[in-house]
Write a protein that binds this ligand. Sequence first.
Ligand SMILES: NC(=O)c1ccc[n+]([C@@H]2O[C@H](COP(=O)([O-])OP(=O)(O)OC[C@H]3O[C@@H](n4cnc5c(N)ncnc54)[C@H](OP(=O)(O)O)[C@@H]3O)[C@@H](O)[C@H]2O)c1
Length: 413
Amino acid sequence: MRMANNDTPIEIFITGGTGYIGGSVLSRLLYSRGNRDTKFNITTLTRSPNKADALNSLKTGLRVTLRAVVGSNSNEAQLKQLASEAQVVIACADSDDLGAAKAILAGLKLRYERTRQVGYLLHTSGTGVLEDDARGMHSTETIYSDLDIKLLETLPLTQPHRKVDLTLVEADNQGTSFCQPVPNCRTNVCRAHASLGFVQTYIILPPTIYGVASGPLVESGIQNAHSQQIPRLIEVGIDRGQAGVIGAGQNMWPNAHIDDGEQLNDLKTSIVLSQSSDHCPNRPLSAPKVADMYIAIFNGALSANPKASHGRSGFYFAENGEHTMRLLVTSIAQVLHSMGLGDSPVPTTFTQAELDRYFGGGGRDGTSLGTNSRCRAERAKGLGWAPAKTTDDMLKSLPAEVEWVKRKWAKQN
Ligand SMILES: NC(=O)c1ccc[n+]([C@@H]2O[C@H](COP(=O)([O-])OP(=O)(O)OC[C@H]3O[C@@H](n4cnc5c(N)ncnc54)[C@H](OP(=O)(O)O)[C@@H]3O)[C@@H](O)[C@H]2O)c1
């Protein structure tokens, strides 16, 4: 059992705690602890002194402390220091910052040398790692399962996110040389507890996350409530007076909702963090679905659940449905048209000049929006992650997204 005893707080360091994903994870850590016997000391990093002040004056849940530090991923000495003080690091600031990832690993190693306690690193990657160069012209039959490690290992280092992801796997591998994998083991669960290294790494791969994040950090203006891909498509659609699609839009992407709007009381009990909220007894906190995956892995890691695989087997897709880009963009076109922001409910194909202007070219080097990324989130669902919202919900979320982009657009123009 690796969990700290009740008197020993779990030291957690989270980067990107003011962001769309990281803020949702931080909210869960702060306000929805079932096992209040275990104390959490949480440190988060932000580049904004104002947000640090706001975070430091937040009222936290019972037996949770929060310290916000002003800093940046580019200050590697600072990152190393902060990671060296934590048993668990949750990295949500930048999927592709190799220097930051190495600094965090160095900090966890330093702590291990001092305490002999294994560190846990939950890193945010993305399903962009799977992308091809379809430019919207076709789908693909290649669907990656996060249980099929051999197929994942065919992804070259040149794929997005791959350099950081493999650096983490390599760090986790230090100490596993004695492990004898079971022949034909599809899940590699046999390796789950084999590590004697300084760190166990868990790589979480979000797809197109959609929906407006909610919770106390959003309400207090600390957290970014909006995602990236869909708001960008809407913004570009408003700018050109019509939703646009790359090529024929036949390419496919997975999706997941940031916040299912469920009540925490409806969530299944988990070991360290669970359904009860000390946020406000009269107003239950909604449960961010993507954040729930981090929590399922956090719980699994700290309770030594053999299904919480790490290292080579520690890849966790976060999807709960998939869509063709044409379906998504057609729905955006319909919403823009109905609001008087688009000429027609049918999207048009971006010209090369538009691709250059809005996306730095139409290829995968400029945007992931024309690529295929198909996967199945089997590993986290095996750990109890149970998202409910599907592609239909993504389409239903569009009017609220358009309203928000419209307001932002009006302020800027
Ligand atoms: N949203 C998605 O659908 C999605 C899907 C797959 C992968 N991802 C990836 O996941 C990561 C987080 O995404 P997100 O949507 O949560 O982004 P976000 O809302 O922009 O949040 C990122 C947060 O990280 C912090 N940050 C950024 N650069 C930093 C730096 N150099 N040093 C320290 N802190 C820094 C920012 O906080 P401060 O401004 O307070 O410093 C920001 O609030 C990104 O790398 C993104 O590409 C996102």
